[in-house]
Design a protein around this ligand. Structure first.
Ligand code: CTP
Length: 404
């Protein structure tokens, strides 16, 4: 088999220079990359750079090198098209099927997966025109990753930054590995909670748990590559931001509840992978609790936190919303899992055994996925991303049935 053929479309934004790094990662990992820059993007990075880094000619217009590469051939023969950066103008053209240069022609002739990595000013990204264009592209099966939040051109900061080239590269590799031109979560909004909540006792202490957030982050990354718009509600993790997700950081169970309920309002699926504290200290001491000579410490009184999973399962924000829970068990794993599925009222419950050296913080996991229809699926020990893919394999057909 030859090298996978990737078309790297570059449109005219300042972030075009970051695409050089993406190109380098793609070529170094054995992809045959053809760069198709727009005329505007050549103001930022010149043709010679693209040709030198890719080892292939970089054409902009359909009438260049016509005898060698008819304009339709580039799209037809590609295994993946990635447009990074994708400007508001490029998203609009792609959504409306315009074809006035080589890149837009390529997008119309491509039958492979297409990834857009938008980059623009926050106002342009948030404009209803852009948002509708993005929704159209996603509905048609394109993977449009969410821009990152941070420094933009000049002094501005906000949402609209091109994610790190390394992260875009990871998305490309996942999308290529799946190899389907119509990803099964295309046009869906999924909400994932990850990490572990911390319930403050005083300004320096909290009650926490050992969840690393890796399983939730693996769910977020795989959902992006399957075409979903992803909101990741992250509690106290120390992990790199996954490209292409809307990241909401929270600390406590109550904050996590608020963020999940807000995002769930228009979500097709909600996956509660976070380890949520069942209890919180009844009182928060405004100052550090000090030890006092000759006195025993005061007992810590706890109160119940709301059960978010049970709440969203019982009161679905949308008809047909699929709700997935996790159960971390140390004993009678399956029996406890089955009764928890009933108690929580969710559609799927991913049950795993936890212990000192198991699951928490590790790169691997094994689980049984219990379904409200009575089925059980054992997922063998393996990377957390592999379990994440199996979970989406279970969610996607349930969404399809409900939408139909
Ligand atoms: N969960 C939640 N809200 C809580 C506690 C847990 O939404 N207050 C969710 C978790 O995100 C997870 C699932 O419920 O998806 C199961 O969590 P687990 O801690 O295993 O269950 P508990 O309800 O705490 O049950 P038990 O304490 O009896 O094991």
């Amino acid at each position: 088999m030859g090298k996978p053929k990737v078309v790297l479309g570059v449109s005219g934004g300042i972030a075009a220079y970051k695409a050089c790094e993406l190109l380098r990662r793609l070529t170094e990992s054995g992809h045959d990359v053809r760069v198709v820059p727009t005329a505007a993007s050549l103001n930022f990075v010149g043709e010679a750079t693209w040709a030198a880094l890719s080892g292939n000619p970089a054409s902009t217009e359909v009438w260049e090198s016509v005898h060698e590469v008819p304009h339709v051939r580039i799209g037809q023969t590609a295994d993946l098209v990635v447009v990074a950066p994708a400007t508001a103008d490029m998203l609009a053209k792609a959504a409306h099927g315009l074809a006035d240069d080589l890149l837009t022609n390529t997008l119309l002739t491509a039958r492979c997966p297409v990834v857009f990595a938008p980059a623009m000013h926050t106002e342009m990204w948030e404009h209803p025109a852009t948002q509708e264009n993005v929704a159209t592209l996603r509905r048609r099966g394109a993977v449009v990753i969410e821009p990152a939040v941070g420094r933009l051109t000049g002094k501005d900061t906000g949402k609209g930054r091109l994610p790190d080239p390394e992260e875009i590269f990871e998305v490309c590799v996942r999308v290529l590995a799946r190899g389907v031109s119509e990803p099964d979560l295309a046009g869906r909004h999924v909400v994932i909670s990850a990490g572990g909540t911390r319930e403050p006792l005083d300004p320096v202490r909290f009650l926490g748990n050992r969840s690393s957030g890796k399983q939730g982050y693996a769910l977020a990354r795989t959902a992006v590559a399957r075409g979903a718009r992803v909101t990741l509600v992250s509690a106290n993790t120390a992990l790199a931001d996954p490209a292409g997700v809307d990241l909401v950081r929270v600390g406590t169970a109550l904050q996590l509840r608020e963020a999940v309920l807000k995002a769930a309002a228009d979500a097709d699926a909600v996956v509660m992978a976070a380890a949520v504290a069942d209890f919180r200290p009844a009182e928060y001491a405004g100052g550090k609790i000090k030890k006092k000579d000759g006195q025993e410490p005061a007992p810590v009184i706890l109160v119940r936190n709301p059960d978010i999973l049970a709440e969203i399962s019982a009161d679905r924000a949308r008809e047909g919303q699929v709700v997935v829970g996790f159960a971390a068990e140390t004993d009678d794993v399956l029996a406890n899992g089955r009764s928890k599925l009933l108690r929580k009222g969710c559609d799927l419950l991913v049950v795993n055994e936890v212990g000192e050296a198991k699951t928490f913080g590790s790169e691997e996991n094994e689980a049984v996925i219990l379904s409200s229809d009575g089925s059980e699926l054992a997922v063998p020990y393996g990377p957390k991303e592999a379990l994440a893919e199996v979970i989406w394999d279970q969610v996607a057909p349930r969404l399809a049935v409900r939408r139909a």
